[in-house]
Design a protein around this ligand. Structure first.
Ligand code: FES
Length: 117
């Protein structure tokens, strides 16, 4: 059987590692949703770039390799994210590529839903 999945590990708030598989072109949010990854409040706006709950943190070496740069809209939303880092992105705005196989991303401690502000 040919294996076409991309392994993605979410490091959760409880420091638990959940490894699931996604496909090239899916966003990190899609991967979490499709695999029922239990991340409370994650992706509250369903990828419409209006919440920031899908905030994920990449390792610096992975972050540098991301092919897509954040749009102004994403940056605005990220500014509202709790625990913003230099290697933060919104999970609904970054899509999987083949090179990301076995990538690990951290889901920060808490989320802030911009819609509540
Ligand atoms: Fe709301 Fe990504 S899911 S901004």
């Amino acid at each position: 059987k040919i294996f076409l999945g991309i392994n993605v590990t979410f490091v959760t708030r409880g420091n638990e590692k959940i490894t699931v598989q996604g496909k090239v072109g899916e966003s990190f949010l899609d991967v979490a949703v499709n695999n029922d990854v239990d991340l409370e409040g994650f992706g509250a706006c369903e990828g419409t770039l209006s919440c920031s709950t899908c905030h994920i943190i990449f390792k610096p070496e992975d972050f540098r390799k991301l092919s897509s740069k954040p749009t102004d809209e994403e940056l605005d939303m990220l500014d509202l994210a709790y625990g913003l880092t230099d290697t933060s992105r919104l999970g609904c705005q970054v899509n999987l590529t083949k090179e990301m196989d076995n990538i690990e991303v951290v889901v920060p401690e808490a989320t802030s839903d911009a819609r509540d502000i």
